[in-house]
Write a protein that binds this ligand. Structure first.
Ligand SMILES: Cc1cc2nc3c(=O)[nH]c(=O)nc-3n(C[C@H](O)[C@H](O)[C@H](O)COP(=O)(O)OP(=O)(O)OC[C@H]3O[C@@H](n4cnc5c(N)ncnc54)[C@H](O)[C@@H]3O)c2cc1C
Length: 289
């Protein structure tokens, strides 16, 4: 492995300055559970890794009436061990508690999962159905980007030279909001999703679906916000089986998987259909409870 400098800035501005100076040859390290594996595998030659866990803003969690914002280096366990967050942001908790095992969850976070930008990243679709926004800092200041626009291809994203993810922000869910995420893997744990689906719903006072989102994992070059699947549910009763069937079909239609050693196109589309219906029902159940 190419020798690299370890830099531990205390502020976002310092981190951005190092990233800008080294360009492609420097990368932030959050948990390092992707970065170190990839660096050892020779995917990139790094002159510097920038440890972002020493920056207070990157490891803080703020949850109040306006919503949730957590730093890009907050590890998974700090999310799911917080009872308040677990109740309000169930889709995020589904992801945080299934990425790797306890050792991985103690280091790795949803920020690193998003920045790694693999189509099979389990954390990304739950961020999308919770209406997440990425807060990005770079040489020309800060900007915000909806999470569904963050990934641009396998392992690629919208971050420009010198930019880094600072935090992830979410609006406060209403008391009738529910969300869920599940993936299909051949083994019980520690595997890469063959397909995964996250869904969220918000119910109105009459029990109908006022808002809905469905996002698809591992069935395209990026995670996919399946807008037609969400639209098939809006205005319908939360128990409307025909609407849920239509959402499953629309999600399968939106998927553009490939056949590889883990699954075929047909199997993945079928999985998306099944998982969408299952996740919508689970989101409704959570919205009601
Ligand atoms: C044993 C094992 C099991 C795993 N299981 C799963 C699983 O079930 N599901 C799953 O989705 N993944 C899994 N992974 C992959 C990995 O753990 C996750 O993707 C994890 O969420 C990455 O987070 P991290 O904090 O470790 O990221 P890091 O490795 O620190 O970073 C990942 C990438 O993002 C970049 N980056 C990190 N933070 C920032 C930032 N703030 N701004 C800009 N770029 C940044 C890094 O430079 C790097 O390129 C597993 C990995 C291992 C080793």
């Amino acid at each position: 492995m190419h020798p690299f400098a370890y830099v531990a800035p205390k502020t976002v501005d310092e981190a951005v300055a190092v990233l800008e100076k080294h360009g492609e040859r420097a990368r932030p390290i959050a948990g390092g559970t992707d970065l170190l594996v990839q660096a050892r595998g020779g995917r990139f030659d790094l002159d510097a890794v920038v440890d972002i866990k020493k920056i207070p803003e990157l490891v803080s969690i703020k949850n109040d009436d306006s919503g949730l914002e957590f730093g890009a280096a907050v590890p998974c366990y700090q999310l799911y061990e917080n009872p308040e967050l677990s109740a309000e942001y169930p889709g995020l908790m589904d992801a945080a508690s299934l990425i790797g095992g306890i050792q991985i969850q103690s280091r790795a976070g949803l920020g690193g999962n998003l920045c790694n930008s693999t189509p099979s990243g389990d954390g990304i679709c739950p961020l999308i159905v919770h209406y997440g926004t990425a807060v990005i800092a770079g040489p020309s200041g800060r900007r915000e980007l909806p999470v569904e626009d963050f990934c641009t291809g396998p392992g690629r994203n919208d971050l420009k030279q010198g930019e880094m993810l600072v935090s992830l922000k979410f609006p406060k869910p209403s008391s009738t909001f529910g969300a869920a995420y599940e993936r299909f893997i051949p083994r019980n744990e520690m595997d890469i999703a063959v397909a995964g689906v996250a869904a969220s719903v918000e119910l109105d006072s009459g029990g109908n679906i006022a808002k809905a989102r469905v996002a698809l994992c591992a069935v395209g070059p990026t995670p996919i916000l399946a807008e037609a699947a969400g639209a098939a549910l809006v205005g319908k009763s939360a128990d409307d089986e025909a609407a849920i069937e239509a959402a499953g079909a629309a999600a399968a239609e939106a998927a553009s998987p490939i056949s590889d050693m883990r699954g075929t196109v047909e199997q993945r589309k079928h999985l998306v259909d099944v998982l969408t219906k299952r996740m919508v029902k689970k989101a409704v159940e959570r919205a009601r409870s």
